[in-house]
Design a protein around this ligand. Sequence first.
Ligand SMILES: Nc1nc2c(ncn2[C@@H]2O[C@H](COP(=O)(O)OP(=O)(O)OP(=O)(O)O)[C@@H](O)[C@H]2O)c(=O)[nH]1
Ligand SMILES: [Mg+2]
Length: 365
Amino acid sequence: MFGNLKKKLKSFFDKAGKEAETEEVEEEVLVEVEEDLEAPKVTSKKKPKEKKEAEKEELEEEKKIEDSKTEKPKRKRSIFKKITRRHISEKSLDSILWELELALLENDVAKEVTESITKDTKERLLETDLKKGETAEKAITSALKAAIEKTLDVGDFDIIEKIREKEEGPTLILFVGFNGSGKTMTIGKFAQVLQNEGISVVMAAGDTFRAAAIEQLDVHAKALKVPIVKQQRGSDAAAVIYDAVEHAKAKGIDVVLGDTAGRSHADLNLMDELKKVVRVNKPDITIFVGDSLTGNDAAEQAKRFNEAVGIDASVLTKADCDVKGGACISISHMTEKPIIYLGTGQGYEDIEEFNPDWFVEKVFE
Ligand SMILES: Nc1nc2c(ncn2[C@@H]2O[C@H](COP(=O)(O)OP(=O)(O)OP(=O)(O)O)[C@@H](O)[C@H]2O)c(=O)[nH]1
Ligand SMILES: [Mg+2]
């Protein structure tokens, strides 16, 4: 998973580590010191000591001070102290971050998201000094990690909790997205995830448009032993889903998994049909299902679907074949809605919960 992105980032870090110029800035800062009022401090000129020995002495000194704290009166005094800060120079950062921008764009991260990540990484690096012994490469890696985590972190969406929270009637979950993105397969996977949680489900064959779509959902329903509500091809999708909700109400089923036909946001007729499905049935949760292999396009689609019908979260499928990871990085930022699961294969069990930390660890491992 995400092999290309990992490789690109690794070679970017190697190169950036070599190209980054660090500069040292000397500054005088005001610090407060405490000193004894009784015994004036005698500063003896000592020979420089081995680091360990000096640290040991320092600890003993601290202990002595601690012990005598209660007895001796102290006086506070402010003095100027010279300190040296080390950071990556802004000039070298600009060319390094240009390389980062290319690495992200090559891996299908959307342009606006790439720019935002690069800007955030730069700000983090300019704001923070390099720690003692920290290499430029290490600093760049942690700044980029933090920037990507921030991009992905658009809030939690716990779907199981949402379902359990609903007090009356079934929860309707509607799956929307482009043709072939994996909606129907994802419904099968969700049916299994929910059943494993003790939540009962019914499938609604709301794709009345594509040939064999109803039969395809029927195969999943049979394999998973889940009820299905369906009508003839060409019938009204909104009505099929309405019937499924009524069926769930009558049978005390917890969740309706509503399939819909694949469509492009640019197909106005089909988008109007989807708006009608939403208007009539008012889904509790709408999930955008995107094919991660389509990268940037998946993110753009998600944004348009969100504008048209409002989505609550995304599922990205085919992550098992995705070497770039661009859609994963872009989609949350562009919709401001979290990715909740990744599809990782064609079996019902091939679904993994998504969280930003997991993704970042995976890409930077
Ligand atoms: N490798 C892999 N294949 C997947 C995954 N999810 C779905 N697929 C495959 O992608 C193809 C399309 O999946 P569907 O579930 O039919 O997609 P859809 O969005 O319902 O398609 P339409 O109804 O035509 O819009 C099928 O061959 C699925 O088996 C996944 O996570 N990994
Ligand atoms: Mg389908």
